[in-house]
Design a protein around this ligand. Structure first.
Ligand code: SF4
Length: 295
């Protein structure tokens, strides 16, 4: 069992992030982030490789990302849509069931686009009625120089969301502090054995919980959990229990549309969708812990 955060989020006193001056701040941070590429510690894998020279880090990312899509998305939470979703290729996790596995496991998949060109597309989407610009992956934390360049090109008033697997490092948190209006965090596994077996991730719960507590202080936070077949008790229950204890009242998206994508067939229990009984059981757990579920 993982340790609980000792302090409820409502007692934390860090000042709220701000929007004024965001573009300039992002510009400055992008320079810092670009320097950090030479000794990459953007995520908790802490590879310390020079990404300007090699793609030998666990994510296999180089200095610049590729995009595997940038488009309007209606599949996010109701309060966010329509979302202009910017999906960067490459990830630091290896989730066997990843719905975008071909792009997420290959940091070179897709097309290169300059931050200015991408921001122009996002501006057009906002002018057309998009409510949120969301940066996601793969995992966007592994591409912080580019992400910060994009933020520096977007309007100060745009509502910006960062969707992450929460495996970032203290260095990433320092670079991202105060720049996003909303954090959308996937809390995937309720124990480290499942995290290691299904996504090859060490120390998963400690790192994710640390990042979640931090993200909750950044502003608006939505925590998502994708319910996996046969993982209701081992994964969803501990996630629900921790959220109730450490982040009471946090918005939670319980996702029940698991699809056995990518390499799911390697794991017997992931070769199917979740059953109605499992969904019912998961909802009962959410009620038991009085979670604030959102659509
Ligand atoms: S982003 Fe993470 S996985 Fe990728 S090279 Fe840096 S520390 Fe390693």
């Amino acid at each position: 069992m993982t340790a609980l955060c000792p302090m409820p989020i409502t007692m934390m006193t860090e000042p709220p992030p701000f929007a004024t001056g965001r573009r300039e701040l992002a510009r400055q941070r992008a320079e810092l982030a670009r320097r950090e590429l030479a000794n990459c510690r953007f995520c908790a894998h802490d590879c310390q490789v020079d990404r300007t020279q090699t793609q030998a880090g666990i994510c296999h990312a180089g200095p610049e990302p590729c995009l595997h899509s940038a488009q309007i998305d209606m599949a996010d939470e109701l309060e966010l849509v329509p979302v202009y979703a910017i999906a960067l290729s490459g990830c630091d996790m290896r989730c066997a069931y990843c719905i975008t596995g071909a792009q997420s496991w290959n940091a070179q998949a897709g097309l290169a686009l300059s931050p200015a060109e991408l921001a122009e597309r996002a501006r057009r989407a906002l002018a057309g009625g998009a409510r949120t610009v969301m940066i996601l992956g793969g995992e966007p934390t592994i591409h912080l120089p580019y992400v910060l360049d994009v933020v520096a090109e977007l309007p100060e008033t745009a509502r910006l969301a960062f969707k992450t697997n929460a495996y970032g490092s203290a260095s990433s948190r320092a670079l991202l502090h105060g720049l996003f209006d909303l954090w959308c965090v996937d809390y995937k596994f309720g124990n480290d054995t499942c995290a290691d077996r299904l996504a090859q991730i060490p120390n998963y719960n400690r790192v994710v919980q640390e990042n979640l507590v931090w993200a909750a202080r950044q502003g608006d936070l939505i925590v998502r959990h994708l319910l996996m077949p046969e993982h209701v008790e081992c994964c969803w229950r501990p996630v629900a229990a921790w959220l109730a204890a450490a982040l009471p009242g946090v918005k939670v998206g319980l996702r029940t549309g698991f699809w056995p994508a990518w390499q799911s067939r390697r794991h017997a229990e992931l070769r199917r969708t979740v059953t109605p009984a499992q969904i019912q059981q998961a909802q009962a757990i959410a009620n038991e812990y009085a979670l604030r579920l959102i659509e």
